[in-house]
Design a protein around this ligand. Structure first.
Ligand code: KIV
Ligand code: ZN
Length: 504
């Protein structure tokens, strides 16, 4: 029988801790539900000790998700492990993930601990975690720059103390595939008790080899891949889940392993992470980039038309990309709308369906035909605005041209109060943002602004993404979608501000 490779997703921990990728509570819960829907085996929901917000998000996820194991990270410190357990204890299945660095560099300069002290700390803290939870993962941080015999000793110590999964992180993305495979084999041959534990890989992408190293790990006997949606994560990111999973699926005869991930949910998960974080993927990104299934050259088009497999090693449908069919219009009813969403994999509860349907009707007044990408743009926005909106756009007027100062008049509702402000600037969008700034008694810094067409054609919907820092807060992502790009930008700006008020 072939081995089964477990998928351990760390989008909500390693991914979320990378700059510009932070998520709020409702966004984290949406992501966790999507990970469960795609049959991820283990969800690393956060690092409970990092902040009360992290701890409560993990706790909510532990209460919500039923089918995946929920995991929290913890350093080798009792307070970390207590916090991790408190956050995950209500899950159907829970795991504590304890880590400590084992490389000479980290031990000397970061931990200021001797190798013996590191071994003692592993023994003590893994055993401490084991009192709470039977499923314990131990990670040797910077394993790939550690002395191999010391690394084996660290893993032996962790196994004796109760660890059931041993993770071999390439923390700084330093390895090449053959070297990573050799490291895994060495650990398998020289660690007492390793046959009773699951070996795991956790590869960073600093040299662009995170996926290749993870797959080399699989060939060498790894049984768990740690990865993130879209490969987000510290610095150059982590191994991308979609690339690892599709490599295992497309090259199944080569790897000869099973994997339970439902790959038809990949596209949806990827869109969700791009929308929530406001971090887009490159068009050439394997599996989910805009060009991943596009055949531009005449020779390729001819080949694909004659026989798909000439230039296509997997189908778009296998990752959940549906054909961009014309589906709905302004006369379509709620049932047709709901049915099409279900076909696309979106099962919204009735409250979210109501909100999405209202947005659909507004959009259908502006666009004759609504395509699948339009629907996705609508529904992906729904969970993101799943909080009380302090400022709701009523209307706006913009006066702009290349020989005049742009002016914006913005009118919003704040509860029952109507607020209207006017501002000028050298561009219409900046004028609109300045008018909104006058309504908010906070210092708002626009850190980043991005605009793109979500669908093709003249009446394409524009998606604006802003990153705001408000009164020195972490960057907050705001998103707005509209046929009019100024409207999309205003909505994105207000969305960011409303998010700020929902969290602070
Ligand atoms: O990259 C790393 O070493 C980590 C560990 C905490 C597993 O993220
Ligand atoms: Zn990492």
């Amino acid at each position: 029988m072939s081995r089964t490779i477990k998928i351990f997703d760390t989008t909500l921990r390693d991914g979320e801790q990378s700059p510009g990728c932070s998520m709020n509570l409702s966004e984290k819960i949406e992501v966790a539900k999507q990970l469960e829907a795609m049959k991820v085996d283990i969800i690393e929901a956060g690092f409970a000790i990092a902040s009360p917000g992290d701890a409560s998000a993990i706790e909510q996820i532990a209460k919500t998700v039923k089918d995946s194991t929920i995991c929290s990270l913890a350093r080798c410190a009792e307070k970390d492990i207590d916090a991790a357990w408190n956050a995950i204890k209500q899950a159907n299945s829970s795991r504590i993930h304890v880590f400590l660095a084992t490389s000479p560099l980290h031990m000397e300069y970061k931990l200021k601990m001797t190798p013996d002290q590191v071994l003692e700390s592993i023994a003590h803290h893994v055993a401490y975690a084991k009192k709470y939870c039977s499923d314990i993962e131990f990670s040797a941080e910077d394993a790939c720059r550690s002395d191999l015999d010391f690394l084996c000793k660290a893993f032996e110590t962790a196994i004796k103390a109760g660890a059931t999964t041993l993770n071999i992180p390439d923390t700084v993305g330093y390895m090449v595939p053959d070297e990573y495979a050799k490291t895994v084999r060495y650990i398998k041959e020289h660690t007492k008790g390793v046959e009773n534990a699951i070996l795991s890989c956790h590869c960073h992408n600093d040299l662009g080899m995170a996926v290749a190293n993870s797959l080399a790990g699989v060939e060498a006997g790894i049984e768990q891949i740690e990865c993130t949606i879209n490969g987000i994560g510290e610095r150059a990111g982590n191994a991308s889940m979609e690339e690892c999973a599709m490599a295992l699926k497309v090259r199944k005869p080569y790897f000869n392993v099973e994997c339970n991930l439902d790959t038809t949910q990949i596209y949806r998960a990827s869109r969700m992470i791009q929308t929530i974080t406001g971090v887009p993927v490159a068009p050439t990104k394997p599996i989910i980039g805009a060009n991943a299934f596009a055949h531009e050259s005449g020779i390729h088009q001819h080949g694909v038309l004659a026989h798909k497999e000439t230039y296509e090693i997997m189908t778009p449908e296998s990752v959940g990309i549906t054909k961009n069919a014309i589906v709905l219009g302004k006369h379509s009813g709620r049932h047709a709308f709901e049915d099409r969403l279900k076909e696309l994999g979106y099962n919204l509860d009735s409250e979210k369906l109501d909100k999405a349907f209202k947005k659909f009707k507004v959009l259908a007044d502006k666009k004759k035909v609504i395509k699948d990408r339009d629907l996705e743009a609508l529904v992906v926005a729904v969970p993101v605005t799943d909080f009380e909106e302090r400022f709701v756009l009523e209307n706006f007027v913009i006066n702009s041209g290349n020989t005049i100062t742009s002016t914006a008049v913005i009118r919003v509702k704040k509860g029952d109060e109507v607020i209207e402000k006017v501002a000028g600037s050298d561009g219409p969008i900046n004028a609109a943002f300045r008018a909104i700034n006058k309504m908010v008694d906070k210092e708002i810094i626009l850190e980043d602004y991005n605009l793109k067409a979500m669908t093709e054609g003249e009446d394409a919907q524009g998606e604006a993404i802003v990153k705001l820092s408000i009164d020195g807060s972490e960057w907050i992502t705001g998103r707005g979608v509209a046929v009019d790009i100024v409207e999309a930008s205003i909505k994105a700006y207000l969305n960011g501000i409303n998010k700020y008020y929902s969290e602070y």
